[in-house]
Design a binder for this molecule. Structure first.
Ligand SMILES: *Cc1c(COP(=O)(O)O)cnc(C)c1O
Length: 400
């Protein structure tokens, strides 16, 4: 035992999160409830994870059936639900094969390993580096933290995994440095979610894709946050007219049930062979059943076209508010991954929203991040806008 004051028992949970003063005990659709049965409109979606809302019926039903059948059996045996989810993912994307894991960081770890071995298999052993971008976020494990272009994430953890080189996002000049002869892959988000909701420009991405193709550098998109309908198409890359070689998924893939995936086109995917990579839990019957139910619901109910329509309405309303309130500096993002840049800190706004029964997030110091469930209704969106108006009016009256 440590010599901690016995009157102040140490919290048995490691203090890795600065938690909001709210206990969530129940969720359904766009709402969550605390222990006092108070209701909150959840426009965080568990950080872009509960894309079909909380406890969606279709996923709930398939998961409860699977709970009676089989939970786990290891990847030493055939797993039909894994094969089915892989088929659904490859039939609805430009990819040929899938590796399953349990989180976004693990999906990116798999992509990083694939990129390193790919160059060697191709007879380019001098190509060992992976280019990533400032303000990116790729995870908290050793390699994905090193891939993340933010000092605050890496602080205290030197020596970092070597082999990553950071360039400036959306910068034309930076493209000249992508291929320095030692690059095997470029890893990037189509919208930097954690880093401030910064969206990749079309012309820049097209040029980047061309450079990668020319030099046989793998273009790898981290769609852990932008994927699974979040931006109004099943995957964000589809809106750019490109076909990246590798894509990673997690967050929304299992509607809240932990699952990650790394998808690759055939020429890259065959780099992984028996013995090169693996995961005990990856692609287990429960998580892949959640994945199947999630993707089938998204396709059957045309969720992405709902997102497109409702997001247009939301952005229109936010643009109008921007004309009215000087605190609002910029509105950006696509679909239901929306960033609202403020001229002041975002934290007091998050608290004001919570006090009025609405949950939202930030992305950096000055940006509010709005991540509604993809299934949210126009009525709920109106409630959000009404609440935001009240908060903005109060904030501006305090200022003047
Ligand atoms: C959340 C996130 C990750 C990390 O996912 P975990 O499941 O927390 O490991 C990686 N990349 C992006 C873009 C993310 O948003």
């Amino acid at each position: 035992m440590s010599n901690t004051d016995i009157n102040q028992p140490i919290n048995p949970i490691m203090h890795t999160y600065q938690r909001f003063p709210l206990t969530i005990e129940k969720g359904k659709g766009s709402y969550v409830w605390n222990e006092k049965e108070e209701k909150f409109l959840d426009y965080t979606s568990g950080i872009a994870t509960c894309n079909l809302g909380h406890v969606p019926d279709q996923v709930h039903q398939k998961l409860s059936n699977q709970l009676d059948q089989l939970w786990h059996c290891s990847n030493l045996y055939e797993i039909p639900s894994q094969a089915k989810l892989a088929t659904l993912l490859t039939e609805n994307s430009c990819y040929d094969q899938v590796f399953f894991c349990n989180s976004g960081a693990e999906a990116n770890e798999a992509a990083i390993k694939l990129a390193k071995k790919y160059a060697k298999d191709k007879g380019n052993p001098e190509r060992t580096e992976i280019v990533t971008f400032h303000q990116s976020f790729h995870g908290r494990t050793g390699s994905t933290m090193a891939a993340t272009g933010q000092e605050k994430i890496q602080q205290g953890f030197s020596p970092l995994t070597s082999g990553f080189r950071y360039l400036t996002y959306n910068d034309q000049k930076a493209l000249e440095q992508v291929d320095n002869g030692t690059t095997t892959a470029v890893l990037l988000e189509m919208i930097q979610g954690e880093g401030g909701v910064n969206q990749a420009e079309h012309a820049w991405i097209e040029k980047l894709a061309a450079i990668c193709k020319e030099a046989d550098i793998l273009l790898m998109v981290d769609e852990v946050q932008t994927g699974m309908g979040r931006t109004g198409s099943l995957f964000a890359y589809e809106q750019y007219g490109i076909e990246p070689d590798v894509m990673t998924l997690a967050k929304g893939l299992g509607s809240g049930f932990p699952i990650g995936a790394m998808l690759a086109k055939e020429h890259a995917a065959t780099t992984f062979q028996p013995g090169t990579h693996g995961s005990t839990f990856g692609g287990n019957p429960l998580s892949t059943t959640a994945g199947i139910a999630t993707i089938e619901t998204m396709l059957n109910e045309e969720i992405t076209s709902q997102v497109e329509t409702n997001s247009k309405w939301l952005k229109g309303q936010l643009d109008a508010l921007m004309q009215e309130y000087a605190i609002l500096k910029d509105v950006r993002g696509t679909g239901f991954l929306i960033g609202i840049e403020l001229t002041v800190e975002a934290a007091p706004f998050i608290q004001a929203f919570r006090e009025k029964g609405v949950l939202v997030l930030s992305a950096g110091v000055n940006v509010l991040r709005i991540l509604p469930p993809l299934t949210t209704t126009l009525k709920e969106l109106e409630l959000f806008i009404q609440t935001f108006k009240e908060i903005l009016t109060e904030a501006e009256s305090v200022k003047s």
